[in-house]
Write a protein that binds this ligand. Structure first.
Ligand code: ADP
Ligand code: MG
Length: 243
């Protein structure tokens, strides 16, 4: 579904991505782990056409999207849902209206239909009673689940999550990971940047370790986390620090 080849991205003199290769098959849940500053967020933004790249190729659903015309970017981006660390919900809108907004504004959906669909999505993220609630009335975990429902409202074929639980109180992390895992199990193709190794172990089809702007190692979770499996020194040290 998505393939990135030799992605190079610099900010001025700072080379952040130094030849990243990555592929995600339909229905896969690819987890990306790695130390802070290794380029994980930058990579997601490049895949989503939120950042220009200096070199490389991104193929999405069979098309070279970096070569697509600027006018096509919004349409491509609509097919890719993105969930950020800090939710970024609209504070003056209810949960229902946060979810319905883009379908109404961007797709021109009938408002009543979009709001009814928002209720269905709220049930899907286990918040059936929260349609009328404003973000400030919700816990971090609930807000993040609204943000996931909002991304789903545009019917994406691919979901990108950038450390979706890093800003949450520990007691609400599990409910968000649960929703992400359920979506993945239903076949939603997902790319998840996370420090939650338990999630990667349970939900990932493959785990990628990034360090210094390159993919250092990629393996299925069983091998990735197997202490006995051979792995690069940098990954062994990273996993060792988390214990
Ligand atoms: P990660 O998500 O793995 O922590 P990032 O992709 O956020 O890493 O950042 C990688 C490097 O790129 C860091 O050194 C960061 O300071 C730098 N960086 C990220 N975004 C920008 C930006 N917009 N301008 C300049 N430097 C940036
Ligand atoms: Mg990041």
């Amino acid at each position: 579904m998505l393939k990135a080849e030799a992605i190079h991205k610099s900010y001025g003199p700072l080379a952040v991505l130094r030849g990243v290769d990555l592929s995600v098959g339909r229905g896969e849940c690819l987890c990306i782990v790695g130390p802070s500053g290794s380029g994980k967020s930058t990579l997601l933004r490049c895949l989503n056409l939120l950042e220009p790249v200096q070199d490389g190729r991104v193929t999405f659903e069979g098309r070279d999207i970096l070569q697509s015309r600027r006018a096509e970017a919004p349409g491509i981006r609509q097919r890719i849902g993105m969930v950020f660390q800090n939710f970024e919900l609209f504070r003056h809108l209810s949960a229902r209206d946060n979810i319905a907004l883009a379908p109404i504004r961007v797709k021109g959906e009938d408002p009543a239909n979009a709001r009814a669909r928002a209720e269905v999505l709220l049930r899907k993220v286990h918040l059936p009673d929260k349609g009328d609630s404003y973000p400030d009335e919700l816990s971090g975990g609930q807000q993040q689940r609204v943000a996931i429902a909002r991304a789903l409202a545009m019917d994406p074929v691919l979901m990108l999550y950038d450390e979706p639980t890093s800003a949450l109180d520990p007691e609400t992390v599990g409910e968000v990971l649960q929703v992400m895992q359920e979506l993945a199990e239903e076949g939603m193709t997902s790319v998840v940047v996370t420090h939650e190794m338990g999630f990667a172990r349970r939900a990932a089809t493959r785990v990628i370790f990034m360090d210094g702007g390159v993919v250092v190692h990629a393996a299925p979770p069983a091998a990735f986390f197997d202490p006995a499996a051979p792995k690069p020194e940098r990954l062994a040290r990273f996993l060792g620090r988390l214990e």
